[in-house]
Design a protein around this ligand. Structure first.
Ligand code: ATP
Ligand code: MG
Length: 568
């Protein structure tokens, strides 16, 4: 750092300020090690993405390291499928742990030894109380707890019993190992917390080697310490656990990382809690963890989100010390902004209506030029087929149009994007139902490209596809999964589910060029929004997910706020 810059800070939040202070005082010898420590009991969600960006982002910014560590201390809910999905998600966000991939279960022996150390110090004891009794004895926020009658066992007895616990001599729940701290502490977490429980269960990595498993609070600081982590960054709900985190490390007198808490990410109309997301999957209220309506990273990836959009959103939300809820419209705004720059424009008709140009030569197919993305000068042009019979959207024609309807009606002229001006002459109806099945038009050959030399103006521009050349597609339209602003507060998730969160359109027609697209490719369907090719696509059937519609409610909210500002 040059002298001139010495007092300048590049910190963009309170955690980085703490780190920069520590760097100045050479705490931890200038080392910076963070970790992202998910429990592999579900897929990651957007809230985890915030933690990932903080943990890996800080390591990147200050030339440190970020460890990818699975906190796999609970054998019952953990699975290898979750491990693999988590690794994939972190990579998708653009982060790399190099060789630093760790599993808490690899430290079980070491953690056991640390427990023996605490027993020898008289700081831990084996308790015979049942789970329920332990809860009763714990007291409440206003009432101090009561000491267990087993609290004052001798060190020898404790060592002996603990060894037997490990050896499998007791049944689940028969005994636990507890820290001997303070049953009257103001902080409930310090009222002799459980360190080990007996669980005769197979672990996804350790197999049947263990029948005692360490609790989160006991193990987490040790995992951090063993790995030489310097900053243990976590969400705010762990603030009350920090005194315990510190107590264990102080008792053992081992390397002591600093725990710092930040606000969780909360988003309106969205649930960011693994337990609840997992219930949605189990009850089959969604089609799996990667259902494009899910706020999981796998879900939004399938939906067509880009990592750039998600990171931009997280940056705008920032890192604060108090909880708040962010409008989901901001996330969608960031997505549109990102896709607007990168997504190729194409034409797709979701609910087709036949349009026939009576004065256009039968059998003729004309290739017309279309720009791929006006926002990106390097994106080039493509050719699209035009023919006598086309499809337009059903909603782009009205027999009796209201005043502000500028699309097609009998006697009206509109522009067909990239093509010609057409004027509607008549319609053909289904005799039985009265439904309009064909719209007949004439076209003006002098308006090729969609422009007129005589200065004649049209108010509407419609998208279309050639009926002969278009390709069939299924399009899945998504809306918010929940109707409630704060679905997490609902007693029953089923009550706040949006019954219209998925609409499947199976009769869509898209430009033939889309046959070349691959799963994951993103497009703007003109006038409809952003879409991506779904994994369910095959040579027989193209399937698209709507990533996000065109309508930007966040931009509208901002505009209203600005206008209000101007008026006052
Ligand atoms: P959930 O609370 O959704 O069940 P979790 O906290 O049990 O998730 P972990 O696997 O323990 O999930 O989380 C790994 C890390 O992600 C933790 O450090 C946690 O602080 C962080 N994290 C989880 N949810 C959020 C969120 N909504 N916002 C920010 N960070 C989060
Ligand atoms: Mg949690």
């Amino acid at each position: 750092m040059s002298e001139k810059n010495e007092n300048k800070t590049s910190a963009s939040n309170f955690i980085e300020l703490i780190i920069e202070d520590d760097l100045k005082s050479n705490k931890y010898n200038g080392n910076i090690v963070t970790r992202f420590p998910p429990e592999p009991n579900g897929y990651l969600h957007i809230g985890h993405a915030k933690a990932i960006c903080i943990d890996f982002g800080i390591a990147e910014k200050y030339n440190g390291k970020c460890h990818m560590r699975f906190d796999d201390t609970n054998p019952v809910k953990e699975e290898d499928e979750f491990v693999q999905s988590i690794l994939e998600d972190v990579k998708w966000l653009g982060f790399d742990w190099d060789e630093h991939l760790y599993y808490a279960s690899d430290y079980f022996e070491k953690i056991y030894e640390y427990a023996v150390q605490l027993i020898k110090k008289g700081a831990a004891y084996v308790d015979d109380l049942s789970g329920e009794e332990i809860r009763e004895y714990r007291g409440t926020l206003t009432k101090p707890g009561k000491e267990s009658p087993y609290r004052n066992r001798s060190v020898e007895e404790n060592l002996n019993l603990f060894e037997k616990m490990r050896a499998g001599e007791f049944a689940d729940g028969e005994k636990v190992l507890r820290a001997k701290i303070d049953m009257a502490s103001q902080n409930m977490n310090l009222r002799d917390p459980v360190m080990y429980r007996i669980l005769h269960a197979e672990h996804h990595r350790a197999g049947n080697k263990w029948c005692i498993y360490p609790m989160y609070d006991w193990a987490h600081g040790l995992e951090d310490s063993i790995e030489g982590v310097t900053y243990s960054l976590c969400s705010l709900e762990f603030e009350n656990h920090r005194p315990l985190y510190d107590w264990f490390l102080d008792q053992l007198e081992i390397h002591h990382p600093r725990q710092i808490e930040f606000a969780r990410l909360n988003i309106t109309n969205t649930i960011l809690a693994k337990r609840k997301l997992s219930a949605l999957v189990e009850k089959k209220l969604v089609n799996g963890w990667d259902d494009p309506r899910m706020p999981t990273i796998a879900g939004i990836r399938r939906r067509g989100y880009t990592p750039e959009a998600l990171k931009d959103f997280l940056e705008r939300v920032g890192v604060a010390k108090t909880d708040s809820t962010v409008d989901v419209a901001l996330l969608e705004h960031c997505l549109r902004e990102n896709l607007n720059k990168s997504a190729k424009r194409v034409m797709a008709v979701l609910k087709p209506l036949k349009l026939i140009i009576d004065n256009y030569p039968e059998e003729q197919i004309e290739m017309l030029e279309a720009e791929n993305n006006p926002e990106d000068p390097t994106s080039g042009k493509r050719e699209i087929p035009f023919s006598r019979e086309l499809y337009i959207e059903q909603t782009d024609f009205m027999e009796e149009p209201p005043k502000k309807f500028f699309r097609l009606a009998i006697g009206r002229e509109v522009r067909l994007k990239h093509a010609y001006y057409v004027t509607c002459q008549s319609v053909v109806k289904n005799e039985k139902t009265g439904e309009i099945v064909e719209v007949h038009c004439s076209y003006d050959p002098a308006t090729k490209g969609g422009w007129s030399d005589d200065g004649r103006k049209v108010k509407g521009t419609l998208h279309w596809v050639s009926a002969e050349k278009a390709v069939n597609a299924e399009v899945r339209l998504y809306d918010h999964l929940f109707t409630a602003d704060n679905p997490a507060a609902a007693e029953n998730l089923e009550d706040v589910l949006n019954p219209a969160s998925l609409e499947v359109l199976t009769e869509c027609k898209v430009e033939p060029g889309l046959l070349e697209a691959n799963p994951g490719d993103r497009f703007q369907f003109l006038r409809h929004g952003y879409f991506c090719v779904d994994n369910d696509s095959s040579d027989e059937k193209l399937v698209f997910n709507r990533t996000v519609s065109m309508r930007d409610s966040w931009a509208k909210i901002q505009k209203q706020m600005q206008n209000r500002g101007k008026k006052s």
